[in-house]
Design a protein around this ligand. Structure first.
Ligand code: SAH
Length: 348
């Protein structure tokens, strides 16, 4: 059976016609699912009981069980731990900014990219998430908080380009007029640098922001931190980013996690300046979140500001990522790990 929330309106229309139902029912059902956010076919009050039964027979209504909500005491950030129908855990984060509410979602259960500083990848990849499971993270958070989400970042667990088709479908469903209608410009997809994926995404004719997890100014250093750097060079990544800009006119966000003594000295800042000159984008500095299984430490405040200053003085647009919800665990994948350890002692 297929997940009804992964269906586009057109697909749903075709399928309803095949089920010998009037086409206009598709729009009503779509609205119940993606605007009114109901999670039970029987709540679709303008749909006849006979059709509701047919829907139950033909489709899965994807649900996520909320296992834990951690609220920050420092800011209004909330972290959600959800359980999928097959008993896996995923996490999402809700953040309030002055420009609106932002949700960071996971695209996979676990990850197989192996970035050294990241908790999501420690036990590898379990499976990719469906488009419906990605949407449902946002829908469930909206139901719980009662607030509209205006920004979505695909920066939680997983590598979006390793789940390309479902991620693109998810973006289209999320931003379509008949659904939540979130502006494409308010959606960011972050990749560790899978070059063919970046190029393909550039050709999708979407207006979303691409973030490249760069984290190092050269191949040698990048390979120390990210195994994917053995497959694609920094130069190839930047060429793909240039192509993305050319096609979409959207400036790239270069993510750079500052790790004390690893990638944060003046020489590395200078190398980064030379590297990024002439590329359309800005640098987002992230003080690395310490993960207990790894011994990377964050750069101290003075070093972070010195690094930022150097970039700024040399004409590179740079921001330091505001830290949200630091007290409610740290980096991506940590909430799930803690939960798995506490509940079973067995790693999922
Ligand atoms: N796989 C994608 C998206 C998920 S990770 C990617 O690599 O971009 C989202 C961002 O968080 C990436 O930039 C990633 O490198 C970064 N990240 C992962 N672990 C981190 C940590 N411990 N501290 C700071 N940033 C981290």
């Amino acid at each position: 059976m297929d997940e009804i929330k992964s269906r586009s309106l057109t697909e749903l229309q075709d399928e309803l016609i095949a089920l010998k139902e009037p086409k206009y029912r598709a729009k009503q059902i779509y609205e119940w699912l993606h605007v009114k956010l109901v999670n039970d076919f029987d709540e679709m009050s303008n749909i006849p009981a006979s059709l509701r039964e047919k829907l139950k027979e033909n489709y899965i209504l994807t649900k996520l069980k909320t296992v834990r909500v951690s609220e920050s005491k420092i800011d209004s950030t909330k972290k959600f731990l959800f359980e999928t129908s097959d008993g896996n855990y995923i996490e999402s984060v809700w953040m309030q900014y002055h420009h609106g509410n932002s949700v960071c979602i996971s695209s996979q259960i676990g990850c197989r990219m192996g970035c050294r500083f990241c908790a999501s990848t420690i036990d590898g990849l379990v499976r990719s998430l469906s488009s419906a499971e990605m949407l449902e993270q946002i829908y469930e958070i909206t139901r719980i908080t009662g607030e509209r989400v205006s920004n979505v970042v695909v920066m939680g667990m997983g590598e979006p380009m390793d789940n390309y088709d479902n991620v693109v479908k998810f973006v289209k469903l999320l931003t379509c007029e008949e659904g939540l209608n979130i502006s494409q410009r308010n959606v960011t997809v972050s990749t560790c640098g899978i070059v063919p994926g970046i190029k393909k995404l550039a050709d999708e004719n979407l207006q979303i922001t691409l973030a490249l997890s760069l984290h190092a100014p050269n191949d040698e250093k990048r390979r120390e931190l990210m195994p994917i750097a053995n497959s694609y060079s920094v130069e190839e990544c930047l060429a793909a980013c240039d192509y993305y800009f050319e096609k979409t006119k959207r400036r790239i966000s270069f993510e750079y996690a500052l790790v004390s003594g690893v990638n944060d000295n003046d020489k590395e800042a200078e190398e980064l300046i030379r590297l990024l000159k002439g590329h359309n984008g800005h640098v987002n500095l992230i003080p690395v979140n310490p993960v207990k299984e790894r011994d990377y430490k964050r750069s101290d405040k003075a070093r972070i500001f010195a690094f930022q200053n150097k970039l700024e003085k040399n004409g590179i647009n740079v921001t330091i990522r505001r830290e949200m919800g630091r007290d409610i665990d740290g980096a991506c994948g940590q909430l799930r790990r803690t939960h798995n350890e506490e509940t079973s002692g067995v790693q999922k």
